[in-house]
Design a protein around this ligand. Structure first.
Ligand SMILES: *[C@@H]1O[C@H](CO)[C@@H](O)[C@H](O)[C@H]1NC(C)=O
Ligand SMILES: *[C@@H]1O[C@H](CO)[C@@H](O)[C@H](O)[C@H]1NC(C)=O
Ligand SMILES: *[C@@H]1O[C@H](CO)[C@@H](O)[C@H](O)[C@H]1NC(C)=O
Length: 484
């Protein structure tokens, strides 16, 4: 009898010990359903799960050296075929710790639920989101860990997990970054089922693989945050084409084929990593109604929050409506480019309209130059003004001069053989997106004759530049309106 009673007491004590201090049977009940795991990574070992924070077990926080006073990033992966973390995970962890050395970077491990058939995993986002919300609420309840210190980063399906988590916490968390949120089953879903601006104080989204019809697109096409950035138009990313794929296979073998399939989708993560690494040189994105208007260079304005940094250092601008922003990038890190709007009026004596014209532009600046940037003007017509976007991968400094060349068509054409098309150009107007500087360039001969198939024509800063005609101390150069 006595032995039996002792055994019962001993068992109870052991159970209490195992559950740890601060854990009552009720709280354990709340957390029992949590299947997701919360792995606190360290700057020294960013690629391994060495310590798990267990909701309901307060001592797991001390055990894992969770820093209560600094911010916390929760990284949420997406659907997985292999059931393993993808190679970007340690890269993102590493970049977060480099940028915020005192922070807590936690990987939300929901791999078992993420490796089902896609629709099943997609449906699991609800449960995983609930797990994440319980975890955040628990931290707040246990030791007043502030919701303002929480930043969720979700990739693909993980972005919707983050959204659902954010909608369920007791108070709004600080920020959610959606990295190419998954499209299938979410494109037409109601806001509570997916990532939406209501899910955090600030929601920013990168869309990198929104290709095809909306129901087929890997990444969600509609804007789902306060700020939605569509790098390179959001459809497809440079360096992810088939030619590049074949080159990589030749170099590295078939091991990376998986990587190539996801290239554009995963680019969202690498762009974010880039923003963590190159603190002093954030890529700039510009608000624009349409991708087409951006391609014409019409949206390089920074007034009224129309431009913003892409990635970590974004300004938290909350407009009433979703705002779509665009930028160009390089095909690999560092991704930043420098955007220019170029505006030209084509004078001529005869009415001529030509479509799809190949041109080359060279930009010479104070620190560097970029020659023969090829672009296609969809149309050139006599006595009309055209605006287009060009960008450089290098920072050329302040633009000093530029040249234009009008190339021959790639096919032989008799009409071009007999008639040489020439347009006269008086001025070339340029606006630099990154510096917001406006400049006007003139031909040294007064008027430049741009001939199809002819030589490049050079433009230098205009003398008696209309821009200089401002009253001293008045409007800044960028404010002066230049007419065509
Ligand atoms: C915790 O983070 C704070 C900054 O938020 C830092 O000052 C402190 O040194 C960190 N503590 C430890 C033990 O790393
Ligand atoms: C284009 O404009 C110029 C001057 O503004 C004029 O001399 C010329 O005749 C116009 N060309 C055509 C085709 O109308
Ligand atoms: C060129 O076209 C415009 C409008 O289409 C017309 O007003 C003008 O007279 C034309 N000029 C010539 C030289 O044919």
């Amino acid at each position: 009898m006595a032995w039996g009673a002792l055994l019962v007491v001993l068992c109870l004590c052991l159970r209490a010990l195992a559950a740890g201090p601060g854990t009552t049977p009720e709280t354990r009940g709340i957390f029992e359903g949590i299947e997701s795991k919360f792995s606190l990574r360290t700057p020294a070992i960013p690629d391994e799960d060495i310590c798990y924070l267990v909701p309901g077990q307060k001592d797991s926080l001390a055990h894992c050296s969770f820093n209560h006073t600094s911010k916390t990033f929760l990284v949420i992966h997406g659907w997985t075929v292999t059931g393993m973390y993808e190679s970007w995970v340690p890269k993102l962890v590493d970049a977060l710790y480099k940028r915020e050395p005192d922070s807590n970077v936690i990987i939300v491990d929901w791999l078992t639920r993420a490796q089902q058939h896609y629709p099943i995993s997609a449906a699991y986002t609800k449960l995983v989101g609930k797990d994440v919300a319980s975890f955040i609420d628990w931290m707040e309840e246990q030791f007043n860990y502030p919701f303002e210190n929480v930043h969720l980063l979700g990739y693909s399906l993980g972005a919707h997990v983050a959204g659902i988590a954010g909608s369920l916490t007791k108070k709004k968390i600080n920020r959610i970054t959606g990295l190419d949120p998954a499209g299938p089953t979410f494109e037409y879903a109601d806001a509570p089922m997916r990532l939406s601006p209501d899910d955090a104080e600030f929601v920013d989204v990168l869309h990198t693989y929104t290709r095809g019809s909306p129901d087929r697109s890997i990444g969600i096409q509609q804007p789902v945050g306060h700020i939605d950035i569509y790098p390179n138009g959001g459809g497809f990313q440079p360096g992810c084409n088939l030619g590049e794929a074949l080159r990589l296979i030749a170099e590295k073998g078939f091991g990376d084929v998986d990587q190539l399939v996801k290239c554009s989708h995963e680019r969202s993560i690498h762009l974010f990593i880039d923003s963590l690494m190159y603190e002093e040189k954030p890529s700039m994105a510009y608000r624009c109604q349409t991708k087409e208007a951006f391609e014409k260079g019409l949206c390089l304005s920074c007034r009224k929050n129309r431009c913003n940094n892409m990635g970590y250092q974004i300004h938290k601008v909350r407009t009433k409506r979703n705002s779509k922003m665009y930028l160009k990038t390089r095909s690999q890190a560092p991704y930043k480019v420098f955007h220019y709007q170029v505006k030209i009026h084509f004078f001529g004596k005869e009415n001529v309209t030509k479509t799809s014209q190949p041109l080359l532009i060279s930009l010479y600046g104070t620190t560097d130059e970029r020659e023969n940037i090829a672009f296609i003007l969809p149309e050139i017509s006599t006595n009309k003004t055209y605006s287009f976007l060009v960008y450089t991968e290098v920072d050329i400094g302040d633009l000093l001069r530029l040249s234009l060349q009008w190339e021959k068509d790639s096919f032989f054409s008799w009409t071009e053989w007999w008639t040489s098309f020439t347009f006269d150009i008086h001025r070339v107007r340029v606006k630099a997106g990154e510096t917001q500087k406006k400049m006007v360039f003139c031909s040294q001969d007064g008027v430049a004759h741009l001939q199809k198939g002819g030589e490049a024509v050079m433009f230098v800063k205009c003398l008696g530049n209309p821009v200089r005609r401002r009253k001293a101390g008045h409007k800044p150069i960028s404010e002066i309106k230049t007419d065509p």
